[in-house]
Ligand binder design. Structure first.
Ligand SMILES: C[S@@+](CC[C@H](N)C(=O)[O-])C[C@H]1O[C@@H](n2cnc3c(N)ncnc32)[C@H](O)[C@@H]1O
Length: 502
């Protein structure tokens, strides 16, 4: 499907696109993307998509054909199963579907870990990607929600169209949603606002208090101020329980052809009553790529959802090149495993924490700062029994104050976390050196980039923890003193607490 055919279809369905300002081109390594055909000022409308041209469970007629009761009973109103079924069904309608041209323009092959062989997936061991791929959950939804709904209505899903409803197609549609959908909330403006927009199409619409001409230059001074009115590609990772948000997940033709790179956004999609509007948020020079934002996620999420990673300049301590949005996740149970408290009390403390803090994973970013919650959690695990009793009664989380013993447990936790990766940081750095990197497959290279980003954060935070420990407890110079210092660090706070009580 050529881009011209897609644009022709878009215009025929009342979409607007300023083809004098923007075009589409292949960008090596990025696939297709949008390009400025002339200098474009900030606040310029690049294109507008009528809301009824977005494809969601709200706009497809399938849910009403199936009957809303059956739709809900089958669980198709939760998660992505409903939208996937709509997309498969619309595709099966051929040219009778409003979205036929659009659907045939979408990719059917993906580089995401969902489709990686086990050998490549092993390269991601220890990273935040592995547990979030969701292949089994998708297959369960297919079996439990989609197949029974289809079997109940042979009139809507005839045997002859069987090939549109294979598990393989289900995964492809799921990946299209993962990498290209937007979270499109219904218009929440009051009736008056909608009427005004209906009455006078040429009237400037108000977006977050700022006026934008309907088709031309506007006054988007600060995109950040407008964040609430803007949409990001792939902004929804759905909880299976979430009914309301499921209906918001929408495929948005043309808007999903823009690429994104960390900190590069120069255009954004804005909500309006009847349309979604892509507006430049910065001046763009002729020949430059027009970038949307995917919300600047860490490389682990970029790889999982979109199949690529971002590499931009970062401080030397983080390797000089990487993704500033990278994170490393520390599961609370690692801290529990390295804390020597009696198991009964430990279990009670963990349950109490989960009830009161609702956080079983701690996230560290590229600033390599210790999360306050992790410090608070470790303090909770380590506090003497009498203090624990008081804390549990008060229902207040411990202060995130560090001492040598808390830092010691955190250091052990971080070291333990580092062991989740089969290879060391130094081995990974070596693999990415130019003389070795060329022989790596793209999957392996991306996996190394993701795990190295996480490991460098761990190294950074470990360095900080050790420095803080040293500051609190300077290492004495004589060998004898060193031994004593080691013993003091290793002393468990419960013992310390008992000692101070005596
Ligand atoms: C919303 S689509 C954008 C349009 C897409 N390039 C196409 O050819 O249709 C998202 C996909 O574009 C590609 N992409 C976007 N930004 C990229 C980047 N910075 N580097 C590499 N690939 C990128 C990835 O394959 C991603 O899954």
């Amino acid at each position: 499907m050529s881009t011209e055919d897609l644009i022709g279809w878009f215009k025929s369905k009342n979409g607007f696109i300023d083809t004098s300002s923007m075009g589409f081109a292949e960008f090596p390594g990025h696939g297709r993307g949008a390009v400025a055909l002339k200098d474009i000022p900030q606040g310029h409308t690049l294109f507008e998509i009528p809301r009824d041209l977005t494809l969601s469970t709200r706009t497809s007629v399938l849910p009403s054909r199936l009957g809303m009761e059956t739709w809900k009973q089958s669980g198709l109103d939760k998660g992505w199963a409903g939208l996937i079924l709509c997309m498969m069904w619309e595709e099966s309608q051929g040219s009778a579907s409003k979205w036929s041209t659009y659907l045939s323009s979408l990719p059917s092959a993906f580089d995401t870990p969902m489709f990686w062989p086990d050998k490549d997936l092993k390269e991601l061991s220890g990273t935040a990607v592995v547990d979030k791929i969701g292949k089994e959950e998708a297959e369960r939804d297919f079996k439990e929600k989609v197949v029974p709904a289809m079997q109940s209505r042979a009139d809507l899903f005839p045997e002859a169209a069987h090939h549109h409803y294979l598990l393989e197609r289900y995964h492809i549609m799921g990946s299209r949603i993962l990498s290209r959908s937007f979270d499109v909330e219904p218009w929440s403006g009051d009736e008056e606002h909608i009427d005004a927009a209906e009455d006078n199409d040429a009237e400037a619409m108000d977006v977050d208090g700022q006026s934008l001409d309907t088709r031309g230059e506007g006054t988007v001074d600060d995109a950040d101020e407008q964040a609430d009115d803007t949409l990001e590609v792939g902004s929804v990772d759905l909880d299976d329980e979430d009914t309301e948000n499921s209906a918001n997940v929408a495929m948005v033709p043309i808007a999903d052809m823009l690429n994104a790179r960390y900190g590069s956004e120069n255009a954004k999609l804005f909500y309006e009553a009847r349309n979604l509007r892509m507006v430049t948020t910065k001046p763009i020079k002729t020949g430059e790529q027009i970038w949307n934002t995917y919300g600047d996620p860490p490389n682990s999420d970029l790889l999982r959802r979109y199949g690529h990673v971002d590499l931009v300049p970062v401080p030397q301590s983080l390797g000089g090149i990487g993704n500033p949005a990278d994170i490393v996740e520390i599961r609370g149970d690692l801290a529990v495993a390295v804390t020597a408290v009696d198991p009964v009390s430990l279990g009670e403390r963990v349950d109490w924490w989960l009830e009161n803090a609702d956080d079983d994973t701690f996230v560290i970013g590229t600033d390599c700062e210790l999360p306050e919650e992790l410090v608070s959690f470790v303090r909770l695990l380590m506090m003497p029994s009498d203090e624990w009793e008081k804390t549990s009664k008060k229902g207040k989380l411990p202060k995130s104050k560090v001492d040598v013993n808390v830092l010691d447990v955190i250091e052990k936790t971080l070291k333990r976390r580092m062991q989740d990766y089969p290879d060391t940081l130094e081995e990974d750095e070596k693999l990415l050196e130019p003389e070795n990197a060329d022989s790596l497959s793209i999957n392996k290279k991306y996996a190394i980039i993701v795990r190295l980003g996480e490991k460098r954060i761990l190294r950074g935070v470990l360095k900080r923890v050790r420095a803080a420990k040293e500051k609190l407890q300077p290492v004495p110079s004589s060998g004898k003193d060193k031994k004593r210092a080691r013993e003091a660090t290793d002393t468990h706070p419960r013992d310390k607490g008992k000692k101070s009580k005596r």
